[in-house]
Structures are given as structure tokens and as C-alpha cells.
Design a protein around this ligand. Structure first.
Ligand code: SAM
Length: 211
């Protein structure tokens, strides 16, 4: 018998047990420096494949720290009824962990097909039907959600276009935009809130003001 399915079976069983407050408690019981490796082992995260070509302004794949994801979930807070969208989702850690901690539906948009395939395979192997990924340019892909997460995924024209489209969406309904290591201070339609993490800023769309 091949040995590989055993690993998937173990990971699936563990994530069925570890969700919400149980997952959070076990994660926080780890020393801060060990949390990323702990969660990667729990989820069975693969190695990132070789980098593929990106649209102009695109930033290569680097995963954000799990402590930033936890702070986003707790301090927003991310609710079961939210839809979290990670713009430039890489291997899918933000969507997977955000969903497991909160129960929210989570979706990742990623330009590199190899990363998308691996993220989709991980969600499937873990039995997480509410976590999905699509391949595409965030500047053009449908943006449907209540909470948008950006770990410095792109800049320049792509960022301008994405912010224009999020601003249009915010005219229909209130949204949150969570940014790690990037500032959106000039966006008058967003109100910033600092968090327990130096790199993480949570923005809420402002309704009733001239945007
Ligand atoms: C800094 S990484 C963040 C990864 C992920 N959010 C995480 O924290 O684990 C940026 C990601 O954005 C993707 N990216 C860059 N430009 C993009 C674009 N225009 N549309 C979609 N994804 C893009 C890159 O391929 C990369 O995986």
C-alpha cells in the first residue's frame, strides 16, 4: 500500500478536531517563533513551486506570518457570516487559517497557476468546502466578499485598479480591508484602525461620506 494517503488522512482528522477556539488555544500555546511551522505541519502545507511570471507590479509569493492572520481574525473580528477574500493568495494559508479560526467562507485569488493548484488541492484534502481559490489577475477577477486581505501582493496600476473596484463595492455595502505591510492612508473612503500587530492595519469603508 502506498504511504501518502496516511498523511492526508491524519491532516484531515486533525483539522476536523481543531477549529475555532481549540485551534486558537493550541496555536497560541506554541512559542511565537514556532507558530508558522506548527500551522504548516498541521495543514500539510507543501513547498512553494518555482516562481511564475507575474503581471506588472506583482510581488512574488511570500506567506504572511500566522500571527497577522490571527490578529485579523480576532481584532476585526471575522465572523462566520463573512466572506474573506485574500487578494494574491499564494498557497492559500490566509484563506485556510482564516476559515478554520472563524468558520467564514474564504476565497483566494492568485495569479500563479501552480500556487492555485496546490491551494485547491490542500483545501480538498482537508475537506474544506468553504475554502476556494481561483486563478486570475486581481485587477480583473470578480471581487465578492465582505473582508479583503492584502499582504502587499501588488502595487502600481494593479493596486490602483483593485482599490477603485473595492471603493465601488463599498458604495453597495460596508466592507473591511485588512493590510499587512502596506498603507492605504490616502484612501478617504477607508477609516484605519491600528491593531496589536505593527504591520497589520484594519480599514473599514466609511458610509455616508463623499467618496
Ligand atoms: C506577498 S504574497 C502573499 C501570499 C498570501 N496572501 C499569504 O500571505 O500567504 C503575494 C502574492 O500575490 C500574488 N500576486 C501578485 N500579483 C497578482 C495579481 N495581479 N493578481 C493575483 N495575484 C497576484 C503573487 O503571485 C503572490 O503569491
Amino acid at each position: 500500500m502506498p504511504a501518502a494517503p496516511l498523511t492526508l488522512h491524519v491532516n484531515k482528522a486533525v483539522t476536523h478536531l481543531l477549529r475555532g477556539s481549540s485551534l486558537l488555544a493550541q496555536l497560541l500555546a506554541e512559542p511565537a517563533h514556532a507558530r508558522d511551522a506548527w500551522v504548516d505541519a498541521l495543514l500539510g502545507m507543501p513547498e512553494a513551486p518555482e516562481e511564475e511570471a507575474l503581471p506588472r507590479g506583482g510581488v512574488p509569493y511570500v506567506p504572511c506570518e500566522v500571527d497577522d492572520i490571527v490578529a485579523m481574525v480576532r481584532e476585526l473580528p471575522l465572523r462566520t457570516e463573512d466572506t474573506l477574500v485574500d487578494l494574491g493568495s499564494g498557497l492559500g494559508r490566509v484563506a485556510l487559517i482564516g476559515h478554520l479560526l472563524s468558520g467564514a467562507r474564504a476565497h483566494g485569488i492568485e495569479f500563479q497557476p501552480g500556487l492555485v493548484q496546490l491551494a485547491q488541492a490542500r483545501a480538498r484534502a482537508l475537506g474544506l468546502a468553504r475554502v476556494t481559490f481561483t486563478q486570475g489577475d486581481a485587477a480583473e477577477a470578480p471581487l465578492e466578499g465582505t473582508v479583503f486581505f492584502l499582504y502587499s501582493p501588488f502595487n502600481g496600476e494593479t493596486l490602483t485598479r483593485v482599490l477603485q473596484r473595492l471603493k465601488m463595492l463599498a458604495k453597495e455595502r460596508s466592507i473591511a480591508v485588512c493590510c499587512v505591510d502596506m498603507e492605504l492612508a490616502s484612501e478617504r473612503w477607508l477609516r484605519a484602525r491600528s491593531t496589536s500587530r505593527a504591520g497589520l492595519t484594519i480599514y473599514r469603508s466609511v458610509t455616508g461620506t463623499r467618496m
